[in-house]
Design a binder for this molecule. Structure first.
Ligand code: F0G
Length: 459
């Protein structure tokens, strides 16, 4: 059997929409050929994101019932704090309602005009929060990460030469901190090796620059280290996590990923003064420090989820499910970003649809085709999301890559669902020559992909 067995059984179920091809065509037309505008109950398999879409366990649901909703000093906060300290090891633990708020609190405190913040690759909200505070977000990932088919066990690694060149060019005093995203979402969910984390820390020490982790998918990164890095074969997930975080000064975390919950996040730091300033800001924008924009019951669910996510049997099944999907597509000639990442498979739309020029949004065309064929919703990461008009020439500038991300929610879909996804993609691939490009009918001035309306070219 190729697909892994899920190490859990199902106690509560949720029905899946049953739509016909004709209905899907009408729904997509009404949505302006934008999958963000399709209502979720018209989606068969929803791979739009792995964020906030996890299925909670019976223990987490039971945890909700022991939620203590006291304004100050909720017992769930103490359980949450103790769990975060045990895994992450940092002194100060500040709850927030999701990852980007943790980013906002951190960057609005340390980033200003003239600041530079390096990262392997900044996730969109991270970059936006740095730039909103007038800093510059700089990506320093290794070159292999930029090539869809380049095979590398740790394609999320930081390029230390790029990082050091940035520090020398811009001055350490202008770099308030360096980030490291584990796993590297924008580079395909690729892991960072322990060796690379250690060397990054060593380099930053020479310049007295703190290291913070964007830790959303830390457990998936730990699993890759155990499987791919010499010396970690017999280590527990918890001990690998503790070692990773021991090389940092703090982290931001969206618990909507490896916290196995539907809402929540936090920020950690070892720096007393920084934690004090951030806590004061937290009270202004999120809430009292023992709830930070969350209900007590949510903090309880995070505390339990953070332990469950480090169960190696769970991680084995999770990562193998994504890997099997990738390997099956690859073996049938479908072009994907390689190797498969921890949380998602990325289809290379330019290679999939070579007859559609980039001006006609091949990744959007592919995302629409997957919905029409099998009700599968992925997300376009290409010209629609990242293309923009050059202010000087008025011409459209396109990004390097045209991808469709298929992010797999945690503990939600069985192997049979994933096999259905693979079959649907292969069937779209067989008939790919019939797929047409798209043009934009309406676009907002910023973040246009969320609300754009499109239409197929030639009808
Ligand atoms: N950092 C990374 C690496 C992320 O992937 C995300 C969210 C965030 C920060 C922000 O966290 O959503 O809780 O505010 N990624 C989601 C995704 C949205 O679909 O990849 P948030």
């Amino acid at each position: 059997m190729r697909y892994p067995m899920e190490p859990y059984r199902i106690k509560v179920i949720e029905s899946i929409a049953d739509t016909t091809p004709d209905e899907r065509r009408r729904i997509l037309e009404e949505a302006g050929f934008n999958l963000f505008a399709v209502s979720a109950d018209k989606v068969t398999i929803d791979l739009l994101t792995d964020s906030g879409t996890s299925a909670m366990s019976d223990r987490q649901w039971a945890g909700l019932m022991v939620g203590d909703e006291s304004y100050a000093g909720s017992r769930n906060y103490y359980h949450f704090e103790e769990t975060v300290r045990e895994i992450f090891g940092y002194k100060y633990v500040i709850p927030a309602h999701q990852g980007r708020v943790a980013e906002n609190l951190l960057f609005s405190t340390v980033v200003g005009k003239g600041s530079f913040v390096p990262n392997n690759i900044h996730f969109d909200t991270t970059r936006a929060n740095v730039e909103h505070n007038f800093g510059r977000a700089v990506d320093c990932v290794i070159d292999a990460a930029l090539h869809p088919t380049a095979d590398h066990p740790f394609k999320g690694n930081m390029d230390l030469r790029k990082l050091e060149a940035l520090i020398r060019e811009r001055g350490a005093e202008n770099i308030p901190l360096c980030l490291m995203t584990i796993t590297n979402n924008s580079g395909g969910g690729q892991p960072v090796s322990m060796e690379n984390i250690k060397s990054t820390r060593k380099l930053l020490d020479q310049y007295n620059i703190p290291l913070y982790f964007d830790a959303c998918r830390f457990a998936e990164n730990c699993y890759f280290i155990k499987k791919r890095e010499a010396g970690y074969e017999n280590r527990s997930m918890l001990s690998i996590a503790r070692e990773i975080f021991s090389y940092g000064d703090g982290c931001t975390m969206s618990a909507k990923k490896d916290g196995l919950v539907n809402i929540g996040g936090f920020l950690c730091s070892n720096n007393h003064d920084l934690a004090t300033s951030i806590t004061n800001l937290l009270i202004l924008v999120e809430g009292f420090p023992t709830y930070g924009g969350l209900a007590g019951r949510d903090l309880e669910a995070i505390a339990i989820g953070l332990k469950e996510v480090l169960d190696e049997r769970y991680l084995e099944s999770r990562i193998s499910q994504v890997r099997c999907l990738g390997e099956e597509l690859d073996s049938r000639g479908v072009p994907i970003l390689k190797p498969p990442g921890g949380h998602a498979i990325y289809l290379d739309a330019r290679a999939f649809l070579p007859h559609i020029p980039q001006e006609q949004f091949p990744a959007q065309a592919l995302a629409c085709a997957l919905y029409l064929e099998g009700g599968i919703r992925g997300v376009e990461i290409g010209g629609l999301m990242f293309g923009h008009k050059d202010p000087a020439t008025g011409k459209e500038v396109f990004p390097e890559l045209e991808m469709v991300r298929l992010a797999v929610p945690r503990r939600v879909y069985t192997s049979a669902h994933i096999e259905f996804v693979a079959e649907t993609i292969c069937s779209v691939f067989r008939d790919r020559d019939a797929i047409r490009g798209y043009e934009i009918v309406y676009e907002a001035p910023v973040l246009r992909h969320f609300t754009a309306r499109m239409r197929p070219i030639d009808g």
